[in-house]
Design a protein around this ligand. Structure first.
Ligand code: AMP
Ligand code: MG
Length: 323
């Protein structure tokens, strides 16, 4: 079977066709803001203007008649962006007379990670622009064991980067600066139970910059503090659930320092560390296509009348029918 997937919850507009084994083709055309952060209306306009061309490029590589179902990211995400994606998915399903599958975006990050690594039953650390969650499976659901109380770690990095004059997306740029950091400056380390918070840290780091501290040292201090918080909660989830695998997913997962901290923690505990290839780490169409295929093979599809967008869609809402 072959599934087409459409991702477009925020900055990433990406379509792909996959089967059970691999990604056949993926075409992406990301929205990059001219200034500031991601503006939902501008992003959705970008998606609606570019989606026809992105799809026609894909259909030059794969005949639409060879596609068995269309999957789309139904949420969570920015309402205006989700509406563009769901409208396109409904149209394709009706035009080609194939089933429609609405996919939870967070679930797709976890499932593509399990697909492309040997992780079987991991504690997943999902770190992206809008989300930061520690997720593991318990029976027929994935559960969120810890999450951000305010903004996602990617958003925190991007906000700090903007304040010091770096363009969106700031995460990769701060990573390069942090490599040249020499001095650690105190920043609030906020872990409450199994949850964490980043917005106070951003304000404190912005104040360091305003007081004339070197950007390299601020980036270094920010990464050390924020990534230690994420590693601590991931470790506690491993201990509490008595699991021995960690799976890192989401765009911030590309960060080498975060990977290093998690690897050290895993080695200390005798756990294994996994991360999918970089092109499948951030938001992408292949993860939606693959998860849609998995759902469809286990009897799940989305009737047109239930294909409305879910901006606050939580991973726990999906019943997991596969092992
Ligand atoms: P996603 O929403 O999962 O696609 O992730 C996007 C986020 O990942 C943005 O906030 C980026 O700044 C962030 N990001 C991408 N690469 C890196 C990196 N190497 N280090 C830190 N953050 C990153
Ligand atoms: Mg994401």
């Amino acid at each position: 079977m072959r599934a087409l997937g459409i991702e477009g919850t925020a900055w990433s507009l990406s379509v792909a066709v996959v089967d059970e084994n691999d990604v056949f083709a993926m075409i992406s055309d990301p929205y990059i803001p001219k200034e500031g952060g991601i503006h939902p209306r501008e992003a959705s306009q970008h998606h609606s203007e570019r989606l026809p061309e992105v799809l026609s490029k894909l259909f030059k590589k794969i005949d639409p008649k060879e596609i068995d179902l269309v999957a789309f990211s139904q949420g969570p995400g920015m309402g205006p962006c989700l509406r563009v994606v769901s409208t396109a998915a409904r149209l394709l399903a009706l035009k080609f007379n194939i089933p429609l599958v609405g996919v939870n975006h967070c679930l797709a990050h976890v499932e593509v990670g399990r697909w492309k690594t040997s992780a079987k039953n991991p504690v997943a650390l999902y770190v992206s622009g809008g989300n930061s969650q520690v997720i593991a499976r318990k029976g027929k659901r994935y559960r969120i064991f810890g999450e951000t109380l305010d903004i996602g770690i990617g958003n925190a990095l991007d906000k700090l980067a903007r304040h010091i004059g770096l363009k969106h997306p700031g995460g990769p740029k701060l990573e390069q600066l942090a490599k040249k950091g020499e001095k650690y400056y105190f920043l609030p380390y906020v872990v409450k139970g199994m949850d964490f918070s980043f917005s106070g840290m951003v304000t404190a780091a912005q104040k360091l910059y305003d007081s004339g501290i070197r950007c390299e040292d601020i980036a270094f201090s920010f990464q050390e503090t924020a990534f230690a918080m994420l590693t601590e909660v991931t470790e506690r989830a491993l201990a509490y659930l008595d699991l021995d695998e960690v799976l890192l997913v989401g765009g911030v997962g590309a960060n080498e320092r975060l990977q290093e901290m998690l690897k050290v923690m895993c080695e200390d505990r005798g756990a294994k560390f996994y991360a999918p290839p970089k092109e499948l780490m951030g938001d992408n169409g292949a993860m939606i296509a693959y998860t849609g295929l998995l759902m469809y093979k286990h009897g799940l599809s989305t009737p047109i009348e239930e294909s409305y967008v879910k901006p606050d869609f939580r991973i726990e809402e999906v019943e997991i029918k596969w092992s």
